[in-house]
Write a protein that binds this ligand. Structure first.
Ligand code: COA
Length: 590
């Protein structure tokens, strides 16, 4: 029931590779409170020794934050059980989505890719490129359930993995999904990956295998600011910011796709597999009547020997990834040694989070129960514990990283908002990353009297202040939507529009302007109320949201600590880049 981390060393090629594998075993059947067998005390891990793994962190001032009492009370039981039932349904949906995404473009497309085109599948490419499989994939369910169909993983995998010990962002086209062509959601996903790389100063590796724009939807990809061209704009800006970018041409780079490797600082191309051209052989034939092979028009030899568009010629795909790993080794980072600080695991099992993930707002329990299952040693130094109690604020550590937590514990009242502003500014002043745990109240307060109007106005002003504090805080911010994400409260709690470095949803989360079932104050007729509530029900699901890329992915509650810890390490890495000063001129290739 607890996380065990195994470490091993493995020699890969001529490199010493450090592998970290985390495995989690969840056994709700044996300990399920639903079965009534092992309730309260079981989940409390008394006398557990501190976990044996170590963290990479600079030495912090010593602390002994108080331990939260995270034990369940008998009164919680029916709420926990209802949440758990709902979470299991949500987890099932999560697993179904995962299965769908793992199949890429389907059997025929996979056969065409591997047998006819002799290419490696995208996940196997990542296996060759990255140190291990312990990478953070972003928005894997983006593209599912869109009006133009299901586009598995939006046709392009993005995420953050280690290459020779350095966290790097990757974006890898999946050519089994319509030849790796870019749908509107693909463009959105690639742009989001670039934004994440910019915000966290992550080196970027592009694995390009794409037929360019998906032509039937060209008007939604081409002309606007955040459409296809933005990718190349970002590439230039990232180079000038000294964010390294490397491309591997492991398939077609057609039309717009051709600029990705040509604007990277270094590019590798695979013989007989990689091609770069603005218009492919069919276009040449249509325009001039000439027959030309892809190799002669824009193959690996041409670009490495004649045009100079690429810098490294790889005879096969595995060689291309070795080149790329070596390129990453040349970057100007100095990573710290692992220190000996022992990490304390929470005293309560993260598996309990399934029963704490609220089915709806009315099924929310004290958010301290959730916090106690995420922080080191279940410790939490609460700030303003007696004021604005519907917002929990305080300091904690996750795998040794100091953080400030801002968590909804009821309505975002006037006092709660003032407290939120104060705490956010405190963290900003002390350079402490913020973690927002969002579960907003479903309904805005109605104005019924003058007194009510005054209190609403005060609340509005206080929320406005909190929004300003959150928007202007220059520390890293991460948001986890653990329940509802509705209306204005969600902005103050660092929703997507407030630019958190990462934003994840639990599968039970609901994202909509109004919570389902709460539209009756806004529409009159029964018919309209039913219609709007049905719409809200469908459109507020976490899967609807993540399919449209309004977040960085759905994560299971029991994985939250692991994901947040990884994000904190990723964010910290920028401190180890030796030279970060912006260049005066953009990076110009030949
Ligand atoms: N727009 C829409 N659909 C496209 C497409 C595009 N630009 N490029 C390819 N497709 C579709 C194909 O119609 C095919 O669909 P299907 O699976 O329903 O039959 C699927 O993607 C795979 O294409 P296919 O040519 O069979 O696969 P391949 O692996 O042999 O070749 C490409 C892939 C990308 C090299 C090749 O399709 C190609 O050259 N496409 C045109 C690229 C182009 O000129 N783009 C310009 C865009 S501005």
């Amino acid at each position: 029931m607890y996380c065990c981390v195994l470490r091993s060393f493995q020699i890969k090629g001529n490199k010493l590779k450090h592998l970290t594998r985390a495995s989690f075993s969840i056994d709700h059947c044996a300990h399920s409170p639903v079965s009534g067998s092992l309730w309260q005390p079981l989940t409390h891990r008394t006398h557990q020794p501190a976990a044996s793994h170590r963290c990479v962190s600079s030495r912090r001032l010593p602390s002994a934050f108080p331990v939260i009492d995270g034990a369940f009370q008998p009164a919680h039981r029916h709420v926990y059980e209802a949440n758990l039932r709902n979470s299991r349904i949500c987890q099932q949906k999560y697993l179904e989505h995962k299965e769908k995404v793992m199949k890429g473009g389907g059997e025929n497309a996979i056969a065409r890719h591997t047998q006819r085109n002799r290419k490696v599948l995208v996940r196997d490419r990542l296996r060759m490129l990255l140190d291990d499989e312990d990478y953070l994939e972003l928005s894997p369910f983006a593209g599912l359930g869109l009006p133009y169909g299901d586009i598995p993983a939006a046709g392009c995998l993005t995420g953050i993995g280690k290459i020779n010990g350095l966290w790097c962002m990757f974006s890898a086209n999946d050519a089994t999904v319509k030849g790796g062509t870019a749908y509107p959601i693909t463009v959105k996903k690639q742009l989001r990956a670039q934004v994440v790389a910019m915000q966290n100063r992550l080196p970027f590796v592009y694995l390009v295998d794409s037929g360019g724009a998906f032509l039937p939807l060209q008007s939604e990809i081409f002309p606007d600011k955040n459409h296809g061209g933005r990718t190349f704009y970002n590439e230039a800006v990232m180079s000038a910011m000294k964010i390294p970018q490397v491309s591997v041409v492991c398939g077609s780079c057609t039309a717009g796709g051709a600029y990705v490797p040509t604007m990277s600082e270094e590019a590798v191309i695979v013989h007989r597999i990689g091609t770069i051209f603005l218009g492919g052989p069919p276009l040449v034939k249509a325009a001039t009547g000439e027959e030309v092979s892809p190799e002669d028009l824009g193959g690996a030899r041409l670009h490495s020997e004649v045009s100079g568009c690429v810098d490294h010629f790889a005879i096969a795909e595995n060689e291309a990834y070795e080149y790329t790993r070596n390129i990453i080794s040349t970057l100007n980072y100095e990573l710290p040694e692992e220190d000996d600080t022992q990490v304390e695991e929470p005293l309560y099992s993260t598996d309990d989070l399934m029963g704490l993930a609220p089915r709806c707002y009315n099924h929310s329990m004290d958010v301290r129960l959730i916090v106690s299952r995420l922080t080191d040693g279940s410790r939490f130094q609460e700030f303003k514990a007696r004021y604005g109690t519907t917002l929990l604020t305080g300091f904690a550590r996750i795998e040794g990283h100091q953080i400030g937590i801002v968590a909804n514990n009821g309505e975002l009242t006037y006092e709660a908002s003032l407290k939120g502003s104060h705490f956010v500014q405190l963290c900003d002043q002390r350079d402490i990353p913020l973690i927002f745990m969002q579960n907003t109240a479903p309904e805005p307060a109605h104005t019924l009297s003058q007194t009510k109007a005054e209190s609403n106005t005060n609340r509005l002003k206080a929320q406005g202040s909190m929004m300003s504090a959150v928007a202007c805080a220059s520390v890293p911010k991460m948001t986890v939507v653990i329940g509802g994400c509705h209306g204005g409260d969600s902005y103050a709690m660092c929703g997507r529009a407030f630019d958190p470095n990462f934003l994840f949803l639990w599968p039970n989360a609901r994202v909509s302007i109004l919570a389902p079932g709460h539209s009756d104050a806004f529409v009159q007729s029964e018919e309209e109320i039913t219609q709007i509530n049905e719409m809200l029900e469908e459109e507020s699901s976490a899967f609807f949201s993540t399919g449209r890329l309004w977040d960085d992915g759905v994560i299971l509650p029991q994985d939250t600590r692991k994901v947040l810890s990884k994000c904190l390490k990723i964010i910290k890495q920028q401190e180890y880049q030796l030279s970060r000063e912006k260049m005066r001129t953009p990076f110009l290739r030949l």
